[in-house]
Design a protein around this ligand. Structure first.
Ligand SMILES: NC(=O)c1ccc[n+]([C@@H]2O[C@H](COP(=O)([O-])OP(=O)(O)OC[C@H]3O[C@@H](n4cnc5c(N)ncnc54)[C@H](O)[C@@H]3O)[C@@H](O)[C@H]2O)c1
Length: 318
């Protein structure tokens, strides 16, 4: 039996719902305590409602389950965050401080904090953006992640807290729906393709962004958390790359399967956000420190998305 007791905040989200299952597979059903603001429907395992802005409630769960690791996923994402900037800042930072403070107080072994490519702004070199590029994020989400990364490093340096972090690119998966990010189109487009519906894209056809398949995302997260402590040289957040592509390239890849798939382009405010972000990422620190290697390129993502979503929709219509 695993000695670990892992608490996840934001378990019901796009990433959380998949990571929670992966951690249950690895450590056992009773080792994982899923939490979220909202009930997770049909969830099998231990679940607790938790507003992560509530430090007292968080600490009560840490005590109740004798938590050893925390994956802090709860956040307001880039596009949604712009609707209420001050509230986004409050939620993203308050929840992180609650997790960091409680982790020091209860001597939590390891903490995971997801950052994002949104930490970069228009002063960063767009192509193959380096780990130590200048950070001038333009969204409140990006500002909250850049600050969050630095707070993680502060808790490591000041208190020795073993907090680890990845700057996720846009995550593409069939298991769950995205929660208000700028890269959501790259999930939604596959749902439309499989349902043989036209798609209206809110980014321009040539908006190249770094993306990553869900399986690679989950594997990267667990590999980082399993890596020996001595090999972790980045205590802000590791650049992480999967594959970079434009909406036009996704359409070409989908048309191999659905030649009649129709897409129109109607850029909105999210195009502005995307223009501030890198087009590709240099993740050599992750590759060197803990042997990171992505497995999925665009065509492999397309094939897997289509296969899995076809199954999903067939099941729903049965
Ligand atoms: N999805 C991506 O492409 C992507 C890219 C970069 C970084 N990230 C980061 O990964 C993490 C997970 O992202 P996601 O895509 O699953 O997000 P999501 O929006 O799908 O899910 C976030 C979850 O957090 C919950 N939540 C919000 N406020 C909360 C609070 N106060 N207390 C408890 N729970 C709360 C929501 O109910 C939701 O279930 C986030 O920190 C996000 O910034 C995601």
């Amino acid at each position: 039996m695993s000695k670990e007791k892992i608490l996840i905040t934001g378990s019901g989200g796009q990433l959380g719902s998949v990571l929670t299952e992966a951690l249950k597979d690895k450590f056992g059903k009773n080792a994982v305590i899923a939490t979220d603001l909202r009930q997770m429907e049909n969830y099998e395992g231990i679940f607790e409602l938790l507003d992560a802005t509530d430090a007292v409630a968080l600490e009560a769960l840490i005590e109740k389950y004798k938590i050893t690791q925390i994956y802090h996923l709860a956040a307001i994402l880039s596009a949604k965050g712009e609707q209420n900037p001050l509230q986004t800042w409050d939620i993203n930072l308050k929840t992180l401080f609650n997790v960091l403070e409680a982790s020091v107080k209860y001597k939590i072994d390891k903490v995971f904090f997801p950052s994002s490519i949104a930490v970069y702004g228009d002063m960063a070199t767009k192509s193959n953006t380096a780990q130590d590029e200048f950070l001038n994020p333009s969204t409140v989400y990006g500002i909250s992640k850049a600050a969050g990364e630095n707070w993680c490093q502060y808790y490591f340096l000041k208190y020795g807290l073993d907090v680890r972090s990845l700057r996720y690119p846009g995550v593409i998966g069939y298991q769950s729906l995205p929660g208000g990010g700028t890269t959501d189109y790259a999930v939604e487009i596959y749902h439309n393709a499989v349902k043989e519906e036209a798609f209206e894209c809110y980014l321009k056809a040539d908006a190249m962004l770094p993306m990553i398949f869900m399986d690679d995302t989950i594997r990267a997260t667990i590999e980082l958390m399993e890596a020996p402590k001595e090999s972790i040289t980045i205590r802000t957040s590791y650049n992480l790359a999967g594959v970079s592509f434009t909406p036009e390239e996704v359409v070409t890849s989908i048309k191999e399967h659905y030649p009649n798939f129709e897409v129109t382009y109607k850029p909105d405010f999210r195009q502005g956000i995307a223009e501030g972000w890198p087009s590709s990422i240099d993740d050599s620190f992750a590759r060197n420190d803990w042997n990171w290697q992505p497995k999925y390129d665009l065509d492999a993502i397309t094939a897997e998305m289509i296969t899995q979503l076809k199954k999903k929709y067939n099941l729903i219509t049965q």
